[in-house]
Design a protein around this ligand. Structure first.
Ligand SMILES: [Fe+2]
Ligand SMILES: [Fe+2]
Length: 317
């Protein structure tokens, strides 16, 4: 009787996985039926809000060019999520496998998580094709999802889960604080990231459960190594952002409505790199919940190491 009851209403840790499974089933969406259908992106509107793109901080851009730069950044925004989702889905497949014979709620939650990320990658590939169709040739993606996944997954599980948790938490703040609150964005762009955010708000709960679990399994020495791995991963992310911001600036300058001086190009490049660091690193590490989790799983000395590594990135954003 008790066993039946506990199966029907699981409590504690397994109960949290079960709750996410229920939420995930309730909010399930499909790419064509719910999001893309026969819709198109509206190129008369901004894609990424100024709170993320910072295009409003470049005083010499006319309205048309500022909008174009927000659209290029929006295109990169979809690309970067598709990129990181390759390693996130692979990692969650492994995490799910580890629960396969035990906690069936955890297994189901992580299988659904993996499936969500596979769906998101398809969504972002479709988004890229739709946008590419309407923009001039020459846009470049600097990193291949498979290569990045190989490199990231070589790091310790603790570090990969920390990076994943950081990403999925900044999805929350971007959507809630900038995307949903900006009225004049392209409606389809807004919807793509509304559906994405819905899934990600469930994923963050699972990231936390898995990350804390992994933390408990590690020795102090392994945790110390994991902190170094996390620092290296953030450094690698920054390397991608430097290259992509350079590629995006080059593309923008080539297709903008007027020519820019060398000094203006340098300004644009600086703002775009700062915006990418803000989007993909700083909004994550400054997320209050991420800060709390990280502080709970590091020593003060390790936290100091992380902050020192981040300092040059934060200072130049
Ligand atoms: Fe995702
Ligand atoms: Fe996710």
């Amino acid at each position: 009787m008790n066993a039946v009851l506990s199966e029907a209403q699981p409590q504690g840790r397994t109960g949290r996985y079960a709750q996410i499974v229920r939420l995930s089933k309730k909010s399930e969406w499909q790419i064509d039926r719910d999001v893309l259908g026969d819709r198109q992106f509206d190129f008369n509107r901004n894609f990424l809000p100024a709170g993320l793109s910072r295009v409003d901080t470049i005083p010499f851009l006319n309205t048309r060019d500022a909008r174009l730069l927000s659209q290029i950044q929006g295109r990169t925004y979809a690309y970067i999520f598709g990129l990181v989702e390759r390693f996130i889905s692979a990692k969650m497949l492994d995490q799910g496998r580890a629960h396969a014979l035990e906690d069936q709620n955890a297994l189901e939650a992580l299988v659904r998580f993996t499936n969500d990320e596979i769906k998101h990658q398809e969504l972002f590939r479709r988004v890229e094709m739709m946008i590419a169709d309407k923009m001039p040739l020459g846009y470049r993606q600097v990193a291949d999802p498979k290569d990045v996944a190989h490199a990231v997954l070589a790091a310790s599980t603790w570090a990969v889960l920390a990076l994943t948790c950081h990403i999925e938490l900044f999805v929350q703040s971007h959507y809630v604080e900038s995307i949903v609150t900006t009225a004049d964005l392209c409606p389809l762009f807004k919807d793509v990231f509304m559906y994405h955010w819905k899934d990600e708000s469930q994923h963050v709960v699972l990231d936390e459960l898995e990350w804390k679990d992994e933390h408990r399994r590690l020795s102090p020495e392994q945790r110390d190594q994991a902190v170094d791995d996390l620092i290296a991963l953030v450094g690698a992310v920054d390397g991608i952002l430097q290259a992509q911001s350079a590629a995006d600036t080059e593309y923008f300058v080539r297709i903008a409505s007027r020519e820019f001086s060398a000094a203006e190009i340098a300004d644009i490049q600086r703002v775009v790199l700062g915006a990418y660091r803000w989007q993909y690193i700083i909004t994550g590490v400054r997320h209050p919940h991420f800060g709390k989790l990280l502080a709970g799983m590091t020593t003060p000395a390790q936290m100091q190491r992380i902050q020192s590594a981040l300092a040059p990135i934060v200072a130049n954003a």
